[in-house]
Design a binder for this molecule. Structure first.
Ligand code: G16
Length: 540
């Protein structure tokens, strides 16, 4: 009998309470595991096991577990692991998560667990530390119970942070793991999060008058109470936020007819919005890791300011600050996008701002890693998920720089404040909202002036339910289909009929569906192209 047989016995015993449903195959995808909440208990139990192993492997550093299905409807839920610096789980461990989730019996599960421990050469004698939180979904508490059972079986230490936004949990993980080191990120509390953002925002807004109100649709999710907290700590004298869609007591309202995904996909206001032309509006998603802006013009025409517009605004502003600080030779700004980026935004970034642009597959983990290769890496998915990463070297350069003029002093102060304001762990709607508000205040811009940087090519995003989304595999950063055989040629033939046309098809990693994106010269052509490409998929 090995020293750790008691752990494996405890795992086997506890797992019988969280049996894996027969016939289901789980996969750790774009955003962890995500599906109907009633199919997730066994998965979350096993994520508890893996979180403990991951922590042991990393010498007891704290690992995070977030229970959320983000933009999905309330009946779904999901779970994902957060690595010690607050980043997504290391790619090579996703296979271990999938292996554990698919073990059918208690015996198979213990065998799979032993295999993960052996393959990763993990010392089971090290104490594991895990923290976790959930969004406002009604299925959250029962899934937390499954997680706790897994962690208890592994004799892991853990702390329940209850209801948080996803980025807040990422922030806490980093704070805990950097506490007492030169890279200390912040106070490891929810209050510490608000105070860090609040202090940075006030520094950036120094000398600026309070901008007009911003109306924020919180998707009836966790963003509502947390934005209220943030508003209180930042100070209403400098931030006028009007919160709408904040009903977290009615489960069915979560992400329903509101929120970032609704606005981005439908390119219209959430029903019931009472806003005037030129009002700045923003929508978060169900776990507040995405934000998109929008406004109505004088003719009440809707205009979307999505992740591409946010990335362009941030890249322009930061590049200007770097120049004003006299650091343009040392600090290069780059942008990371996905295939969903509007073609006009890429042209603007490359040709007008002169910044390099990288294209990666969908999924924050891909963008995050690509952004780390720049001194300052701005990454945003068009859906509003993104952030700006400052490399350790660029932070040192900014810190050490000695201003030669009042203008340089101000630029350096703003750069330092921005690096504190912008969540360095993951895309964060609350932090991004403050960033946009601060930039607009600096520029003296309303939404129309911001929108004026470039004109989006008309585009359409369509969600198509197919027989088997896994049949759709892609290459070239998801811009071309490899399978089903022959379908890409048919997409190409359709695209060729539209001047300036572009379209691609990819399987969603978070919903049981395939997404079609199309761009063309006019709105009706973009709609038509998306519709025709979607029509091709009905055979699959
Ligand atoms: C997650 C990922 C994002 C991705 C989105 C949609 O977001 O974190 O990177 O863009 O899913 O992915 P898909 O098109 O594959 O469904 P969230 O906000 O739902 O966690």
């Amino acid at each position: 009998m090995s020293t750790f047989d008691n752990i494996y016995t405890a795992v086997a015993e506890a797992s019988s309470g969280f049996a894996k449903p027969q016939g289901l195959i789980y996969g750790y995808g774009t955003a962890g595991f995500r599906l109907k909440a009633n199919l997730l208990a066994s998965v979350v139990f096993r994520v508890g096991l893996l979180a403990a192993v991951r922590s042991k492997k990393l010498n007891g550093q704290t690992i995070g577990v977030m229970i959320t299905a983000s933009h999905n409807p309330e009946e779904d839920n999901g779970v994902k692991l957060v690595d010690p610096q607050g980043e997504m789980l290391e790619g090579s461990w996703e296979a271990y998560a999938t292996l554990l989730a698919n073990a059918q019996t208690d015996t198979e599960l213990v065998e799979a667990l032993k295999k993960v421990v052996a393959t990763t050469k993990t010392d089971m004698g090290i104490k594991a530390n895990v923290i976790f939180a959930k969004d406002t979904r009604s299925s959250g508490p029962s899934l937390v119970a499954a997680l706790q059972a897994g962690l208890t079986a592994m004799s892991s230490e853990y702390k329940d942070y209850e209801i948080l936004t996803t980025p807040q949990l990422h922030y806490l993980v980093r704070c805990i793991n950097t506490a007492g080191t030169p890279a200390e990120y912040g106070a490891p509390t929810e209050l510490g999060y608000y105070e860090k953002l609040g202090k940075a925002f006030r520094t950036l807004m120094d000398g600026k008058t309070r901008p007009s109100a911003v109306f924020v649709d919180c998707a009836n999710g966790v963003g509502a109470p947390k934005l209220r907290n943030l508003r209180r700590i930042v100070g209403e004298d400098i931030l006028d936020v009007r919160i709408i869609n904040d009903d977290i007591e009615t489960p069915s309202k979560l992400n329903s007819q509101c929120g970032a995904d609704f606005v981005k996909t439908n390119q219209k206001l959430p029903p019931g919005s009472h806003i005037a032309p030129q009002d700045r509006c923003a929508s978060l998603d169900g776990d507040a890791d995405r934000v998109v802006y929008y406004y109505l013009d004088q003719d009440s025409t809707f205009h979307l300011l999505d992740g591409d517009k946010i990335a362009s605004l941030a890249a322009m502003f930061i590049q200007d600050l770097v120049k004003s600080a006299g650091l343009e030779e040392e600090i290069k700004v780059g942008v990371v996008q996905t295939a969903y980026a509007n073609g006009a935004s890429t042209v603007y970034l490359q040709k007008v701002l002169g910044v390099p642009v990288t294209c990666t597959p969908t999924g924050v983990k891909h963008l995050h890693h690509a952004a780390q290769r720049y001194d300052v890496g701005v990454y945003f998915e068009a859906n509003g998920h993104g952030t700006v990463l400052f490399s350790p070297t660029s932070l040192s350069i900014i810190e050490a720089a000695k201003p030669q003029s009042p203008a340089q002093h101000t630029a350096l102060q703003s750069l330092r404040a921005l690096s504190d304001l912008i969540n360095q762990t993951v895309g964060d709607a609350l932090s991004d909202l403050l960033m946009v508000e601060a930039i607009l205040a600096h520029k003296g811009w309303g939404p129309k002036e911001w929108d004026g940087a470039y004109t989006d090519l008309p585009n359409r995003l369509v969600r198509v339910v197919v027989k088997d989304r896994h049949a759709f595999t892609t290459t070239d950063a998801e811009r071309r289909l490899v399978s089903p055989a022959g379908i890409q040629d048919r997409v190409d033939a359709l695209v060729a009929k539209y001047k300036g046309g572009r379209a691609f098809v990819r399987a969603s990693g978070t919903e049981d569906a395939v997404r079609v994106y199309a761009e063309a010269g006019t709105r009706s052509e973009a709609d038509e192209l998306a519709c025709k490409v979607a029509g091709l998929l009905s055979d699959y």
